[in-house]
Design a protein around this ligand. Structure first.
Ligand code: AMP
Ligand code: MG
Length: 425
């Protein structure tokens, strides 16, 4: 007797035809920044993407001012070594109220941090370094000309490009824009993202009792985790619910949303199962490729477009959804949003505290718990069971253990590449 077996994802040569990097490269070649912007008050711009370069029209700081509380003097009055100078205090300058007179040699002005440097002075002596006595100060020779002064424009000058278009604004960026007196800036409009779950076994929250013994249904988790991940970005989420494995319903839903969405994300139905119509429908509706990516989890992926919307068909397994989000979808979302500098999520080596089985020929993203060890070295252990349906492996973890394409088994004490979740979620 002979059984004619089919290739399967556990056969090494069939792990995938594309490496993760190749898949990502093809994705990033295909997706482009959306066009369209809106002017927004800067209070609403943190986490938004600048649509244009921002140039300064003025000086920051706008005038030369004191960096300390003390006395403004002329540097020519600084004493020679081993000598002292006695200077008469002729007035006060506070932040928001400049000293308007002229300061002559032998004179000083009491000055507070942020106050404009009075005419005729160029140096500030901090108050702790001056001996105050009856409207005069005595200073010694420890001081340098020009000290404790913040020069007009030392941070920003007129014409400086302070932010480039494509910048995802941070709190400090917003502060800089405000410091130049700019109240609103152009940012990319939000990305319109439609999120579906597919599968007749998938039901939404509230659709069955939480304690139901029904053995044919599972709660949808993918749509919730994906939407949660997307909410970190300026997206207009179109939550499209769950479509059962029914070609007509799938067709209608995809076609309809492709009129308005920039990006459609589905999960489930892109592998080889009998009832998985998503694949069939997607190939009829648009120009969609079905890839086997040499990664675990996350091997089957659909990528292409329906009308002008980019489509990502992610695998159904919840961990595969999270991993493909991180390494294939998120970079695409960032590019579509107009972000030019990819967000940094560093990888580095850590000592493995676990024995890990790994087959060569695919990149594995195991879930790990990263901890500081001795001598500044990081350690990592797996979260335990690594099945692609075990979503607790993601929430217990704080880092991916990235086992590279050609890497084999890992033993306790080996160094492995890790990528913390910070910057990924
Ligand atoms: P599929 O890719 O459709 O073959 O699905 C793979 C596995 O993921 C199956 O066990 C599905 O039941 C499960 N699955 C599919 N969609 C979801 C979802 N939205 N939430 C949770 N699990 C899902
Ligand atoms: Mg399915």
């Amino acid at each position: 007797m002979h059984v004619n077996i089919q290739p399967n994802c556990t056969d090494t040569p069939e792990f995938g035809t594309l490496s993760v990097n190749q898949a990502l490269e093809m994705i990033l070649k295909t997706v482009h920044p959306i066009s369209g912007y809106q002017m927004l008050p800067i209070q609403e711009c943190c986490g938004r993407v600048l649509f244009e370069n921002i140039y300064s029209t003025g000086f920051v700081p706008p005038f030369t001012n004191s960096a300390m509380d003390g006395y403004a003097i002329h540097s020519a009055d600084l004493p020679a070594p081993d000598q002292v100078s006695k200077l008469a205090i002729i007035g006060t300058a506070v932040a928001g109220q400049a000293f308007s007179g002229q300061v002559n040699r032998g004179e000083a002005v009491r000055i507070m941090t942020g106050a404009a440097i009075p005419d005729g002075t160029d140096t500030v002596i901090i108050q702790e370094h001056a001996e105050f006595d009856n409207q005069s100060i005595t200073i010694d020779a420890r001081h340098k000309p020009g000290q404790n002064i913040r020069l007009a424009g030392e941070d920003i000058k007129p014409g400086d490009c302070v932010h480039v278009s494509g910048r995802l604004c941070t709190p400090a960026d917003i502060g800089i824009i405000a410091s130049m007196g700019i109240a609103e800036v152009p940012v990319y409009r939000p990305l319109r993202v439609a999120v579906f779950s597919t599968g007749s076994e998938v039901c939404d929250l509230g659709q069955k009792p939480v304690d139901s013994a029904d053995q044919s249904l599972i709660f949808d988790s993918n749509r919730y985790s994906l939407c949660a991940a997307l909410k970190a970005y300026p997206v207009e989420l179109m939550d499209m619910g769950i479509i059962p494995d029914d070609p007509d319903q799938l067709k209608a839903a995809f076609l309809d949303v492709s009129q308005t969405a920039d990006l459609i994300i589905t999960s489930g139905g892109v592998s080889v199962g009998e009832a998985d119509y998503t694949k069939q429908v997607l190939s009829e509706l648009g120009s969609v490729d079905f890839w086997t990516v040499a990664m675990k989890p996350g091997r089957p992926i659909a990528f292409g477009n329906i009308n002008s919307a980019i489509l990502f068909g992610l695998p159904g397994n919840p961990v595969a959804v999270m991993v493909t989000w991180c390494f294939l979808l998120k970079p695409a979302v960032e590019k579509m949003l107009g972000i030019t500098d990819q967000l940094i999520s560093p990888r580095f080596l850590a000592t493995s505290l676990s024995n890990i089985r790994k087959r060569k020929g695919r990149t594995e993203f195991q879930r790990g718990i990263l901890k500081p060890g001795e001598n500044g070295q990081w350690t990592v252990q797996t979260t335990g069971k690594q099945g692609s349906g075990i979503l607790t492996s993601m929430s217990l973890a704080n880092a991916f253990i990235v086992l590279q394409h050609e890497e084999g088994n890992v033993e306790v004490g080996d160094e492995v590449l890790v990528q913390p979740f910070s910057g990924l979620f």
